[in-house]
Ligand binder design. Structure first.
Ligand code: FMN
Length: 460
């Protein structure tokens, strides 16, 4: 009998929606044995209790394949699942996963599920697993016959890959290891924040990385209020539980039982500049930084970085981790801030890194003082439209706080409310029914588009 291990990365454990997709597959395939491990919900036990791993290791030994099932949580897998992957490495258990065929099943509203799955793929390839493309569902797909057919086909193909020992190509090369020590040179004249506030959120410091020295250099490059949040020093009870209690009024179930809410309220909210600093782990920061980012879901879909300047300070080969860059770029844009880029120690030379960090401090200050917010790219624009439609649409009953905010601030910019454009479209469509007008229009279309801009320029 074929045996599969299912690693459930939803903090909701057996109540996970994503898990139901795998349970559906189990019903359809009674000849296959599925063994479930709710690693995100039980992450404390996996962290502290070595016996928790025994059953998993036994199951992996007998299994032909591994299915990872999880929700998308803020552009990424839940922090607890990320922590689980870290623990596999810290405990030297890669061998139990290596060479096994693996795939992923997720549910989400498709908001950056692509980045989430890329991270997961890079992590699983890092464990030496043979990766088969995932099934990325919306919760509602569960009820569509067409989606169910696709889900069944996906699973049959996964089984086929195992049987035929399909050759699969690795997409993400291993990250280069840290190889040099940064020694900051003499400080230059710090840039005056002139009343603007900066905050640096510092991840767990990886052994042998340069991030500590990089943070110190950055902080000394500013003159004015710079708060440093060292995540390792905070009291943290856990990652987001997905309980959704925040949806009605943006109030988190953890409340003040740990430090996170207070840090957001007193340091990040009033800041004009936020720098996230840490060493690369896989292609993101550590699970601790992910946990911190994820807990801001207490504000659900509220654009919490509105008007802020945000940047990254990264120890590690950033050019191999476009994923980290894209994740923050998209997040900041959707949250209506300005993603001002990233500095890493990849240059391999202390004097050059000094200059990059000093320049970053200067630029962030200049942007903040000017209130500079360049136009968003697709990442921000498309992301906000998805939120707009989901909050107005099927989740309005739940995300009431978002709905109130979106209504008040003009987030609901649906094109069907733009009566001027609708009227214009109606008239132009009517005119273009005439073949002669249509022909004329075809020949002058490029001029037609640029005419209003030319008129405006002429008036200047
Ligand atoms: C903390 C949190 C963050 C979320 N972030 C995202 C996201 O970035 N993108 C997305 O498409 N859905 C996001 N969602 C929605 C979940 O992915 C979705 O509800 C999923 O179906 C939950 O699956 P589960 O029941 O298996 O945990 C988020 C939900 C929560 C609770």
């Amino acid at each position: 009998m074929e045996q599969l291990v299912v690693i459930n990365g939803s903090p909701k454990g057996k109540k996970s929606v994503s898990l139901k997709f795998v349970e559906y597959l189990q019903k359809k395939n009674p000849q296959t044995a599925f063994r479930y491990f709710h690693v995100a919900q039980d992450i404390r036990s996996y962290s502290r209790n070595p016996e928790s791993w025994t059953a998993l290791k036994d199951a992996l030994e007998q299994a032909q394949g591994v299915i990872w099932v999880f929700p998308v949580y803020i552009f990424h897998v839940p922090a607890a699942l990320m922590r689980f992957v870290e623990l596999v490495r810290e405990k030297g258990l890669q061998g139990a996963f290596e060479g096994k065929y693996t795939t992923c099943v997720s549910t989400s509203i498709h908001f950056y599920d692509n980045l989430t799955h890329d991270w997961m793929r890079s992590a699983l390839e890092g464990l030496g697993m043979r990766y088969i493309p995932p099934f990325t569902a919306d919760q509602a797909d569960f009820f569509h016959p067409e989606s169910r057919r696709n889900l069944e086909w996906f699973f049959a193909d996964f089984q086929e890959a195992i049987r035929e020992r399909r050759r699969v190509e690795r997409r993400f090369a291993p990250l280069a290891a840290p190889s040099w020590t940064y020694t900051p040179g003499p400080a230059t004249e710090p840039v005056d924040l002139k009343g603007k506030r900066a905050v640096v959120v510092v991840d767990r410091e990886g052994p042998g990385t340069n991030i500590g020295a990089m943070v110190r250099r950055l902080v000394s490059a500013f003159k004015g209020q710079v708060d440093v949040v060292e995540l390792e020093k905070l009291t943290i009870r856990g990652g987001c539980l997905g309980c959704m209690k925040c949806a009605f009024d943006h109030d988190c179930t953890y409340a003040d039982k740990d430090d996170i809410r207070n840090v957001y309220l007193t340091l990040l909210d009033p800041a004009d500049i936020i720098v996230y600093a840490g060493a690369l782990q896989d292609r993101y920061f550590s699970s601790l930084m992910k946990l911190f980012v994820e807990r801001r879901f207490m504000r659900t879909h509220y654009p919490f970085m509105k008007g802020k300047q945000v940047a990254l300070l990264v120890a590690g080969p950033l050019s191999q981790a476009q994923l980290l860059y894209d994740t923050f770029d998209a997040d900041v844009q959707v949250c209506m801030g300005h993603f001002a880029g990233a500095v890493s120690d990849e240059c391999g030379e202390s004097a050059a890194l000094d200059t990059y960090i000093d320049t970053m401090a200067r630029q962030l200050t200049r942007y903040a003082q000017a209130g500079y917010l360049p136009p968003d790219t697709f990442l921000g624009i498309a992301g906000r439209k998805l939120f707009r439609d989901e909050v107005w649409g099927r989740y309005r009953f739940l995300f009431q706080a978002d709905h109130r905010y979106y209504r008040k601030t003009g987030f609901y910019d649906f094109p069907q409310k733009d009566w001027r454009t609708r009227w214009q479209n109606f008239l132009l469509t009517l005119r273009l029914m005439n073949p002669k007008t249509r022909r004329q229009m075809r020949n002058t279309l490029s001029g037609f588009m640029v005419k209003p801009l030319m008129n405006e320029l002429e008036k200047m």
